[in-house]
Structure formats: C-alpha cells, structure tokens
Design a protein. Structure first.
Length: 284
C-alpha cells in the first residue's frame, strides 16, 4: 500500500517520477524541473540555500497542481544533505527520484589561482554534494526502485581551459555515477547522466573568477541560438529520467554531443585549440 501524504492526500503522485528531490531548485534548470513535474501531478522537494526563493517556487508548484516542500540546504554540507532527504521522506512518506542539479562554475586560469580553494569549493558543490545527497537517498530509492538523475555537462567531454574546475567536477560526476549504476544493476534503481550543452540560465554571468568573485566575462560569447531554455532542458531531462536512459549527450553549437566526445579522442589537438580560442575570447 502506498504511504499517505501527510498533508491529507491519500493518492500517490500522478507523475511517473513520483516524489522527486531536486537540488539547486531555487532558479534555472532546477526551478524549471520543479514546475514541469508539478504541472503534471508530481510532488517535489526543493533543496537550495535560498529559502525565500524556494518558497516562491514552491507556491507556484502548488498553484500548478503539484505538491512542494522547500528545504534550505547547502549541498556542500553533509548534514544538510542528510536532513534534506530525511525531511522529504518524513513529509511525503517516500522518495522516488533524486535529481542532482546544484552546481557552480568558474572562469579563471589555473596559474591565476593562489591555491586550490576555488577548485575545492566547486568539487564540494558539484561532485561531493551529489555524492552526499545520493548516499542519504539511496536506501529510500532502493525501496521505491526509483531513479537518480545527474545534471552533468558537455564540459566533461571537451577540453575546457579557463573552466578546469567545473569540467573536472563533472568528469568526476560522470565516472562516479557510471560506477554506481553498475553497482545498482540488480536493485531496480536507475542512474541517468545528462550531459547538457549551453542553457540560458545566466550561469555564464555568475562564473567565479580567480578571487572567487562572480564574473560575467563570457556572458556575451555564447550565441543565443546555441542555447536552449531552462524549460526545454527540463522537459528533456524529465523524459530521459522517466525512460531510465543511461546517458544523454546534448549538442553544442549544433554539433551532436556524441560526435564531440568522439572527436576529443580522434582529434584532441583540434578540440584543444577550440577551447584555447574560446578562453582567449573570454579575456583569459
């Protein structure tokens, strides 16, 4: 028998993703994912640092016909990750889907960094945050034979000078969750890696520079036609999650993602030069 929603509802969420915990849900792709799920009857737990923004997102989710729980959570803190999962299960009675979406990025040359603090911060949010949330969620996902989706990036598939820490964090995510998928093969839990290209989230204007400050150095370098909207990204991600896809590579600038991954192996010098040219146009 399905558990009762403690707000008085006795029905199970209508959406195939069921009860979904989304990190980085206060804006961008995470916010769009929340609305897409809620509009089709999903119940969402919304995790991010900005509680006030989450409450606004939660109210819109409720208005769309879903159920929403805002959760103040810094994914860089293990205790916050554990608490977010515990509160989700306590509130909704179960957890069916985890979407690891929270992320920060950088725009700085490695030789401009005084130490590894910025790289460490990126790894804690982008990679270890996903590791910690997944560790806390896994017992519940095994019970529901649920889904894990990780929002990775095509940056892990290209050579990305100026963006080294971000690319490294997403490459770590890719390798870790590929291995986890193999470990979970008999559990009924699926793992989807979604390597996104350019999305109009404004993240290009919030890249951390060598001093750890947000910089908009490359905001104007990405052609508008090369980006998709957060809403479009959310629809694609949810479709892949429901279908339990293993891996999705987005196109970048009209070039198919899988082709980019292959070209990196066959023509690494060409891919490297493209990355260097982009870095120089971005002022590094």
């Amino acid at each position: 028998m399905l558990p009762r929603y403690n707000g008085g509802m006795t029905t199970h969420p209508e959406h195939p993703c069921g009860v979904t915990l989304i990190s980085g849900a206060s804006s961008g792709i995470g916010e769009a994912l929340a609305y897409e799920l809620a509009a089709k009857g999903g119940w969402v737990a919304l995790a991010a640092r900005r509680l006030e923004s989450l409450q606004t997102v939660a109210a819109k989710c409720e208005a769309l016909g879903g159920r929403a729980l805002p959760l103040a959570c810094d994914v860089a803190a293990r205790a916050d990750c554990q608490a977010a999962v515990a509160q989700t299960v306590a509130h909704f009675g179960r957890l069916d889907t985890l979407i690891n979406n929270a992320g920060i990025t950088m725009w700085a040359r490695v030789d401009s960094l005084a130490d590894g603090a910025l790289i460490e911060q990126i790894m804690r949010v982008n990679f270890l945050g996903a590791v910690e949330l997944t560790a806390a969620a896994l017992p519940h996902l095994k019970t529901s034979q649920g889904r894990i989706t990780c929002i990775s990036s095509m940056a892990s598939q290209i050579i990305a000078p100026g963006n080294s820490g971000y690319a490294a964090s997403k490459a770590a995510m890719d390798s870790y969750f590929e291995a986890l998928r193999a470990e979970l093969i008999d559990s009924g839990v699926s793992v989807t890696l979604y390597n996104l290209g350019f999305v109009e989230t404004g993240i290009a204007s919030r890249m951390h520079d060598a001093q750890g400050q947000q910089s908009g150095s490359i905001a104007g370098l990405i052609p508008r036609g090369a980006q998709i909207t957060p809403d479009a990204a959310a629809r694609q991600i949810i479709t892949a999650t429901v279908a339990r896809r293993r891996r999705v590579f987005s196109s970048v600038g009209g070039v198919p993602g899988r082709l980019i991954a292959v070209l990196r192996l066959l023509l690494p010098g060409v891919i490297e030069r493209a990355g260097i040219d982009f870095m120089k146009r971005g002022g590094l």
